[in-house]
Design a protein around this ligand. Structure first.
Ligand SMILES: [Zn+2]
Length: 416
């Protein structure tokens, strides 16, 4: 048993607790008590201790684009062409190195679990899951928990009302639903890993493919994710072929449910929001990427009011900063609504932690008995945070905190 005595810790709600003793047995939290004197031998954690943050949406290889795509004009669609250039060049060893560096940056920033939305599948001459294995090994090396959301990607896109064949770099992504199923069955989790599934998008997957992936997920307890309504053009393309929105199409083919997460959801309509709410599904917002790609501001207020659980992801890794990603849910809503206080601080931190863990299929992101021992301590002594009063701690750390303020990161009961 490891005993940690936290100066302040957030146990849920709108206020932190003082003098919190957390006991850890193996990779789990075995006891939590607040307002207790420090027992002999307990390790002291100065500052504010939080559950680890969950990065529910990552494409590790996009990290190579940081600093290379932000200049000038363009859109999601021109950015995508640059991304394909990177996808062409990575082999399994190169991908392992890149993903290891990306995940290490995540751990240092306070993320303790990552959902890797993985569609860079094929490499000529390599075994069928060489790229997936490279990602799993990278997470293991970096000491981050991973849910591999192994992704079906069948078509090159939708043009003039029909699916078109893959071209260029997309050959590394594409397979039929039957091929996906065979390859997916060969995946083996290593270390702290869960194997989940993903439907790339309504652009890349047709209804038959959706049904195959949803069918696999149905027979398991695994999470299922899909990009949903990131772009107005994606909605228009979907309506042109199917006469319904992406969320409705996914719903009609069995994808929605409590283990389903719609990624982005930037351009959901009110009926889509009702569908997701009725299904108990989640929405993963990726505000720093959505800003970078000029996607728009998602309907976080409407989603939260409908009871849809929100979580966060760094997606393209334009920045890796769980504080910025989490507060952006509120700050971007302020820009959209011209109103403050759309989401309370505790609700935002829940989106950054427990809701993300649940969306990735793990019992964590909370400091409670029985949860995974994944913790982050934020030091309060920097010029940035400046020893805030106890009552203001949560808001100060959420609205002014930075990855550089993270002093300790624990995953599965081990300091990383
Ligand atoms: Zn994505």
């Amino acid at each position: 048993v490891t005993a940690l005595w936290c100066e302040h810790a957030w146990l849920g709600g709108e206020m932190p607790e003082r003098a919190v003793l957390i006991e850890i047995t193996g990779d789990r939290i075995s006891a939590v008590a607040s307002e207790v004197d420090r027992p002999d031998g307990a390790e002291v954690l100065a500052g504010l201790t939080l559950p680890g943050f969950a990065n529910t949406h990552s494409h590790a290889f996009h990290r190579a684009l940081r600093g290379r795509t932000h200049r000038g004009e363009g859109s999601f669609w021109t950015w995508r062409d640059t991304m394909y250039g990177v996808a062409e060049r990575l082999d399994p060893d190169g991908y392992h190195e890149l993903a290891r560096a990306t995940y290490t940056e995540m751990v240092r920033s306070g993320y303790t679990v990552v959902g890797e939305f993985h569609y860079l599948h094929h490499h000529e001459g390599a075994p069928p899951n060489a790229m997936a294995d490279a990602v799993l090994a990278a997470a293991h090396d970096a000491g981050i928990r991973i849910t591999l959301l192994d992704t079906l990607y069948t078509h090159g896109g939708i043009e003039e009302g029909s699916y078109v064949a893959a071209s260029g770099a997309q050959h590394r992504f594409v397979e039929t639903p039957a091929q996906w199923r065979v390859r997916h069955d060969l995946l083996e989790p290593v270390g702290m890993a869960v194997i989940g599934a993903a439907i790339h998008s309504v652009r890349a997957v047709d209804p038959d493919g959706m049904a195959v992936v949803a069918g696999w997920a149905d027979g398991t307890s695994a999470p299922l994710h899909a990009h949903v309504s990131e772009q107005p053009a994606e909605n228009a393309q979907c309506v042109s072929v199917h006469a319904r929105t992406p969320a409705r199409l996914l719903s009609e083919h069995g994808a929605l449910g409590p283990r389903f997460t719609a990624v982005h959801g930037t351009h959901l309509d009110p009926a889509d929001i009702r569908l997701l709410a009725e299904a108990g599904s989640n929405v993963a917002m990726c505000p720093t990427t959505e800003r970078d790609l000029a996607d728009g501001i998602g309907p976080s207020v409407e989603l939260a009011q409908a009871g849809v659980a929100l979580c966060i992801g760094s997606d393209s890794h334009a920045v890796i900063d769980p504080f910025e990603e989490t507060r952006a849910v509120e700050l971007d809503a302020r820009l959209a609504t011209q109103r403050r206080g759309n989401h309370a601080v505790g609700e935002l931190l829940t989106a950054g932690t427990a809701a993300g863990y649940a969306a990735l299929g793990w019992n964590g992101g909370r400091i409670v008995e029985g949860a995974l021992a994944d913790l982050v301590t934020v030091g309060l002594g920097s010029v940035r945070l400046g020893e805030p009063a106890h009552d203001d701690l949560l808001a100060t750390v959420l609205y002014a905190g930075h990855p550089e303020d993270v002093t300790r990161v624990m995953v599965a009961g081990r300091w990383r």
